[in-house]
Design a protein around this ligand. Structure first.
Ligand code: ADP
Length: 400
């Protein structure tokens, strides 16, 4: 008699337990699903973050970076690479040849694949303004040793190559400049030793030539030492209030007899300007420019030094002559080392070809600029700017 209610009770209990566990399972399942989704989202974010970090890292590199996949198609190219080769389009999926049309580079990739890596390969790219690149290429393999792709790193060597070339040219120029007076000295000494010394008139003439060339060598070496000191940054500029007029007076006094030999009149038209400059170096600048104006100016002509203050706390100084002037195409080049418009004339005047280059260095070290203007047959004018002394300090100097 008790069985039916007991059975019903048992069924009810079983249903209750079933519902309880189903709910619990459903909740658990939902929780797991949420956790799973969270995990996946986190994974995705981590991958995105890692990729972004990688991109930032690659793009912050100074070197160009190119990653090729197994089929030699571009997988990644960083910003420096794109800048280096001037490409703006999307490169992913393209081949090196499609993008750059550089056979040599395509060959380098093949070589890296066979040799596993190629280091310090120098690549000249005439299409990119004669750029010089150093390329390091290496194969990337997976843990099973299979080739996954190739990585190429590009260094821009152009500036280094230019410096190297400038240095080589400089050494060649210096050797040439030194050789000329030296071989003259050697030649005349040998002639004297061979018997010319027995003739007093001839030997005196030869000795004068030797002395002149020894003097030239001395000047050249002095200028070379100055240039090298200025370029290496070893020269410390000692800024102080300097009266430009007074410096010009001093330079004129030193060069008066030189001007006299060509009957050139020196005119100091500088107003009272106080520059913030290194007195010794400024004297060197004016001496070089006035000396050139005397050397290349018109005989019986005049050399004027003048100037004015400019807005923005600057002073402009000019040195003007009335000689034949400088051809337009040489106006900028005269400041280059050893550049001369007329080589023979410069040498004959005892020029080293370094004067204006020294001037440029000194003025630039003061934060100023130097330039030349000339009209054929109407003389040349050299200008330079210097920082003026701040107004208050200038008042004190003038009062003193
Ligand atoms: P240099 O020792 O030959 O004078 P610089 O560097 O002082 O060397 O000058 C370079 C060249 O610039 C000179 O050889 C000359 O041809 C030209 N030059 C400089 N100053 C003048 C000037 N006032 N008039 C004409 N040519 C000039």
């Amino acid at each position: 008699m008790l069985w039916p209610p007991l059975t019903i009770l048992a069924i009810a209990a079983a249903v209750g337990i079933f519902i309880f566990w189903r709910k619990k399972f459903t909740r658990l399942e939902r929780k797991m699903q949420v956790e799973m989704e969270d995990f996946q989202r986190h994974q995705q974010q981590t991958t995105i973050d890692a990729k972004a970090q990688q991109q930032v890292l690659f793009n912050s590199m100074l070197e160009g970076l190119l990653l090729l996949d197994r089929s030699r198609r571009i997988y990644l190219a960083n910003r420096a690479f794109k800048n280096l080769f001037g490409v703006k389009t999307e490169l992913r999926g393209k081949t090196v040849m499609e993008v750059l049309r550089l056979h040599e580079l395509a060959e380098l990739v093949e070589r890296a694949e066979t040799e596993n890596q190629v280091f310090d390969y120098e690549l000249k790219v005439p299409e990119l303004n004669e750029r010089w690149l150093q390329v390091n290429a290496a194969v990337i393999s997976n843990s099973a040793g299979e080739r996954e792709g190739t990585i190429l790193v590009f260094h821009d060597l152009t500036r280094l190559k230019q410096l190297e070339r400038t240095r080589e040219e400089f050494v060649a120029n210096v050797s040439h400049e030194l050789r000329t007076p030296l071989s003259l000295i050697k030649g005349y000494v040998e002639t004297l030793l061979d018997g010319a010394r027995n003739n007093p008139e001839v030997s005196e003439h030869f000795l004068h030539i030797i002395a002149r060339n020894a003097e030239r060598l001395d000047l050249l070496i002095q200028d070379l030492l100055t240039i090298s000191a200025l370029e290496s940054g070893r020269v410390q500029i000692q800024l102080q209030p300097v009266s430009l007029r007074a410096i010009a007076e001093k330079v004129f006094a030193d060069l008066k007899s030189r001007a006299g030999t060509r009957s050139i009149t020196l005119k100091n038209e500088l107003p009272d300007l106080i520059a913030n400059a290194d007195e010794g170096r400024l004297e060197q600048v004016l001496a070089n420019l006035v000396d050139n104006a005397i050397k290349y100016g018109r005989p019986q002509g005049s050399v004027i030094v003048g100037g004015k203050s400019l807005d923005g706390g600057k002073i402009e100084v000019f040195i003007q002559d009335d000689g034949p002037g400088i051809p337009a195409e040489s106006l900028d080049r005269v400041f280059e080392r050893f550049y001369r418009v007329d080589k023979a004339r410069s040498r004959e005047q005892g020029g080293t070809g370094l004067g204006l280059s020294i001037v440029k260095h000194i003025i630039q070290n003061h934060g100023g600029e130097v330039w030349a203007k000339s009209e054929a047959g109407k003389g040349a004018t050299f200008f330079f700017t210097l920082p003026a002394l701040p107004v208050k300090a200038a008042e004190v100097v003038e009062a003193a």
